[in-house]
Each structure stands twice: as structure tokens, then as C-alpha cells.
Design a protein around this ligand. Structure first.
Ligand code: AHR
Length: 499
């Protein structure tokens, strides 16, 4: 049995968890939009052709914000193709994923779907093959009330009220050579600055996200962030950050240590943002939009027949250890919520997703659905700075990894905390003792655990609940101390309530 001691003080806080931390990302890619969100022939389809079974599952994730339409896709997208009568919408070659895009689903449908799932839309503009002109047109189409050509076009297309899209991404991963219209940091910084100006002149109430590096491993990482912000600092509120983790090495202990690198990545990007602020003697703080994060490695090599319509792509089937890793990543977001204000799980349906569907058939929850849904439901409020003294383990990628990785969030009104804990010890349970300082008298509400004897177990259409959280007993709260045993290799949510 391993051991960990934790001190939590109600007054010792990291910051408020922004509701937008629990967002998602929907790209025109694979079977995400078609057969995932939109399938007019499906038995559960509503009057707009949206799958109701998928809507219900997305609601269960309580996603606050959803980013659209890409991703790599957006860098070649002409938004005008996706609005107006469906019969007149063109079929186009999507060079990002080498498929044919039918444009049967576009901006208006996306905004309507967001309303159905209870999320705020977040749109990305194409700064790859297009630029400031198309970007400001899309803002006018979406947000201008009436009386201009593009606002009237939206009204004609069935949306009399403005969509009121508040959050906008200035392109996607513009440093990546795989991106259509990839740019150097100076080229991108200039175009992003000019696009930002025009977009805010159309609607000054919008908030903008500039592209950070597409990953920590990019050779230009750091320099890219600072150059882009040198150009855009006065015009944007957020910088994007993207991370995908995986276990191609087949080393589970090392895999579960990888979310620690996400902590480091966030701190490095924050340092870049603040260095640019310091050069300008500015008190403005650029916040982070972690608008792509997830596990992605099972399907790296999945290449479909070229120019197919909505072929199966990036359909990672997630197992138990992937769910634990996703839990570890959520802990990273929570423990940096003072600077990470937006988070988008990439993606939502079928494509590296918590939800899978069959065409004409069922929709079900993948393993990673559960840690996200639990954090999203119980992890709102004020994140606490937990002092953790844990047993450690060594693995090839890192020495001295804490067996316990955790975050805690307290309800600001009641002070009732929820603890999100990962036991990364693969063989031993972890006895955790938490001193609860300055809290009201608390009792245990629930200790829920996600674990399985087979770390490679997955959910399928036939066995959709094989991997799911279950309540366990044994945890106690006595005289301000919580004691709980976390099973080996497990994700735990411990909720406490006032006595
Ligand atoms: O989410 C899949 C892809 O990953 C996105 O299109 C791109 O932005 C990233 O490289």
C-alpha cells in the first residue's frame, strides 16, 4: 500500500474555474459532423437532422463552449459554401484530410446545434488560404443585427436574430507545415493583427484567440509565441495551446506521467505571454485557450481512400489507461485555471472522441467520456492549491513521479469540495490522508472510482458500460481529516458535503 498526505485549505486558492474550461471541439473531419452530429435519416434525427441520441450524450458532458469548424479543415474553408439553401451548396475538395466536403452542415446549423446542446459557439476563421476580408465578413454575417448585405443574408437564411458569437480563433496551428497556408511567425502575426482589427471593428464585443505553436515539440516553440504576441498583443485576449498525449511505447507507468509535461507546457507558454507583457511594461495578462487537448495515437496511420465523403478517420477506441490519462490532463487544466480560461476536448463525436456512433445505429460513451463528464459536473467553482506529499515511482520517461496526482475544487458558496485524484501506481492501492483546513464540518457524499482489472478494456456498441465509474465505500471524514484508499491505476472523484 502506497501513501500520500495532502493539505487543503479553503482559503488557499489557485483561482476561479472558468466555465469555458469544459469545452469541446467539432471539426469537419471523418464522421464527426456527418453520421456524428448530423444524420437526417437516423431514427433519432430531429427536424434539423441532428441526432438526438448524440445531443443527449453531449449534454451529459455539460460542454460550455464548442470550437468549430477546424482544425486543419478551417485553413482551406470558404464559409460561404456552408450557408444558404442546401441544394445550392458546392461539394469541395478538403485538402487537409483529402476528402470531399458536401457542405450540408455549416455555420448556421452549427450555431443551432450548440443551442440544442447548451454550449456557446466558438468560431475559427480561415487565415490559411484566406485572410482579414473573409474573417470580417463572417463576423458581419454572424453578429451584425441587420441592414447590411451579410446580416440580411443570414436573416434570409433563417436566422433573424444575430448568432452573437463572442469567441473567435484567428486561424489554426499556423506554424505547422501540414497547414494550408502555413506561415512564419512574422507573416502570421501581421495577418492575425490585421484580421483582429477588422473583426473587432465589425463587433467590438468579441474576444480573440491568436495561434500559439501547434505543439511543445515544434522547433519554433517559444520564439513563435513571443513573435506572434509582439504583433497581436493589443488586439487579442488569448493564445492557443494544443497537446495530444499517447502511449505508442506501451509503457503505462510512463504514459500516466505524461500529463505532468502538460503542466510544464502551460507554465512555459504563460512565461512567454508575460515576457511580452513585460517588454511593453503592460499589466495586461494574455490568457490561454487550451483549444485542443486529448489522447490521440491509436489511429495516427489511418489514411482513407482519397476524396471519400465522411470516411472513418481518427476513430481512436479508448481504453482504461487512456481515461486515466485524460483524467490527468483535466487535473492539469484545473491546477492552472488562473491562466487557462478556455479548454476544448478534441474532439466530440467519432473523431478522437468521447462519443462514438454507428450509422443508423446506437451512440455510446467511450472510456474518456467519464472523467470529462465528472470534472465538468463537479469541478466548477474555485480551484484549491493542494499541498501533496506522495510516494513516488520511476519510469523511463521521468524519475520521481508522484503516485498521487490531484486537483480540488470548492463550491464558492457552500465551501463543499470535490477532489479529483489519480492513483498512478499500477499495482498498489494508495492510502490518501487529506487535512481539510478552514472548511465547514464535512461528510462524505460519494467516492466514485473508474478502474478495471484490464487496463486495455474498452467500451463498444455491444458493451457500452464495460468501463464506467462506480461508487465505492470505505472513505471516512473524521475531525477534519479525509481518509480514502484509491485502487491501483484508478481515477477517483471524492465529493464532500456539509454535515
Ligand atoms: O484534432 C485533429 C487535428 O489536430 C486538428 O485538425 C489540428 O488542429 C491538430 O493538428
Amino acid at each position: 500500500m502506497g501513501r500520500a498526505k495532502v493539505t487543503l485549505d479553503r482559503d488557499y486558492t489557485i483561482g476561479e474555474v472558468d466555465d469555458r474550461l469544459y469545452g469541446g471541439f467539432a471539426e469537419h473531419l471523418g464522421r464527426h459532423i456527418y453520421e456524428g452530429i448530423y444524420e437526417p435519416d437516423h431514427p433519432t434525427a430531429d427536424e434539423d437532422g441532428f441526432r438526438r441520441d448524440v445531443i443527449d450524450l453531449v449534454r451529459g458532458l455539460r460542454m460550455s463552449v464548442i470550437r468549430y469548424p477546424g482544425g486543419n479543415f478551417v485553413s482551406g474553408y470558404d464559409w460561404e459554401d456552408g450557408v444558404g439553401p442546401r441544394s445550392a451548396r458546392p461539394r469541395r475538395l478538403d485538402l487537409a484530410w483529402r476528402v470531399t466536403e458536401t457542405n450540408q452542415f455549416g455555420t448556421d446549423e452549427f450555431v443551432r446545434w450548440c443551442t440544442r446542446v447548451g454550449a456557446e459557439p466558438m468560431l475559427a476563421v480561415n487565415l490559411g488560404t484566406r485572410g482579414p476580408d473573409a474573417a470580417r465578413d463572417l463576423v458581419e454575417y454572424c453578429n451584425h443585427p441587420a441592414g447590411s448585405a451579410l446580416s440580411e443574408l443570414r436573416r434570409q437564411n433563417g436566422s433573424p436574430a444575430p448568432h452573437g458569437v463572442k469567441l473567435w480563433c484567428l486561424g489554426n496551428e499556423m506554424d505547422g507545415p501540414w497547414q494550408m497556408g502555413a506561415k512564419t511567425a512574422d507573416e502570421y502575426g501581421r495577418i492575425a493583427c490585421e484580421a483582429a482589427k477588422l473583426m473587432k471593428w465589425v463587433d467590438p464585443s468579441i474576444e480573440l484567440v491568436a495561434c500559439g505553436s501547434s505543439g511543445r515539440g515544434m522547433s519554433g516553440f517559444g520564439a513563435w509565441e513571443m513573435t506572434v504576441l509582439d504583433h497581436t498583443f493589443d488586439h487579442v485576449e488569448y493564445l492557443s495551446i494544443h497537446t495530444y498525449l499517447g502511449n505508442p511505447e506501451g509503457d503505462t507507468a510512463g504514459y500516466l506521467a505524461k500529463p505532468d509535461e502538460m503542466d510544464q507546457f502551460i507554465e512555459e507558454v504563460v512565461a512567454c505571454c508575460d515576457a511580452v507583457a513585460a517588454k511593453r511594461r503592460s499589466r495586461k495578462r494574455i490568457m490561454l485557450s487550451f483549444d485542443e487537448w486529448n489522447v490521440w495515437f491509436h489511429t495516427d496511420q489511418q489514411i482513407p481512400e482519397p476524396w471519400a465523403v465522411a470516411p472513418a478517420q481518427l476513430q481512436d477506441v479508448y481504453n482504461v489507461e487512456d481515461a486515466l490519462c485524460v483524467g490527468g490532463m483535466l487535473i492539469s487544466l484545473l491546477n492552472h485555471c488562473d491562466r487557462v480560461k478556455i479548454g476544448c476536448l478534441a474532439q466530440i463525436v467519432n473523431v478522437i472522441a468521447p462519443i462514438m456512433t454507428q450509422k443508423g445505429g446506437p451512440a455510446w460513451q467511450q472510456t474518456i467520456y467519464h472523467p470529462f463528464a465528472q470534472a465538468s459536473c463537479f469541478g466548477r467553482g474555485v480551484a484549491l492549491r493542494a499541498l501533496v506529499d506522495s510516494d513516488k515511482y520511476d519510469c523511463p520517461v521521468r524519475q520521481g513521479v508522484d503516485s498521487l496526482r490531484m486537483a480540488a475544487v470548492a463550491d464558492p458558496q457552500t465551501g463543499e469540495p470535490a477532489l479529483f485524484c489519480l492513483n498512478r501506481d499500477l499495482t498498489e492501492p494508495l492510502e490518501v490522508e487529506v487535512t481539510l483546513r478552514a472548511f465547514p464540518k464535512l461528510r462524505l457524499l460519494e467516492h466514485s472510482v473508474l478502474c478495471h482489472e484490464d487496463l486495455k478494456a474498452v467500451n463498444t456498441a455491444e458493451a457500452p458500460q464495460r468501463v464506467a465509474p462506480m461508487a465505492i465505500s470505505g472513505a471516512t471524514v473524521e475531525e477534519g481529516t479525509l481518509r480514502a484508499a484509491l485502487p491501483p491505476a484508478s481515477w477517483n472523484v471524492i465529493r464532500l458535503a456539509r454535515e
